[in-house]
Unconditional design. Sequence first.
Length: 225
Amino acid sequence: MAGDNDRIHGYNPIYRVQKPVNFHSFDLDSKNKPTNFIYQKVTIDGPGAPVDDHQGHIVPQRTLNIVLNPLMENMAKSCKNLHDVENFIKNSWMQLVYDYGKKIGAPMFDFDDSDPETKVGGFFSIVTWNPVNICRAPEDKKRNGVPGNTIDTQVEQYLAAHKDQQGVNAAWLSSLQTLMKDDKNKDKITDYIAKCSDTLSGQLAKGIGYYSFPWKYTNNILNPI
């Protein structure tokens, strides 16, 4: 699976210190490297037991990996150093990922390793865990199994109705809505990944994503409101 490092964006200080608190997402360890994602309590509107949030993918990893897995395998075979990488990614959305990773000092490559995930997985983690595709949501088991391995349409509906409040990127949202109509289409998945990557330069100055909003119990199931 492409991009297993879920702490990769913790190298961007925006996601450790920026207010509002939903962007305070990582601590640092003794070596000044990001630790695991910091969980928070979901905001509950009305009565009901509190519950921790988690990094919920809006478009699931399984969908992203239709495009990313073969690309990761190809990059790992083709690239032995940074010069190879720069030639491999030239004139594509991957350039945006590479530039962002360099600026935040993220560990993107280990060219001495033969396993594709270890060799280039840090680069693909920037794609897989892009905060613009992450909602601070209850675990699926608190939502009657939603979204599982499908696109989180409940979150999309909420974000579409609260674009200004949540700081939603319009081009990203449009690409998401297009993908929802045909979520196995490689071209549409690639366009969605590209639109996610387009937000990365803006994430150097301001948090985008890690959406956080109120939920409400209905028959012991949490739904966004």
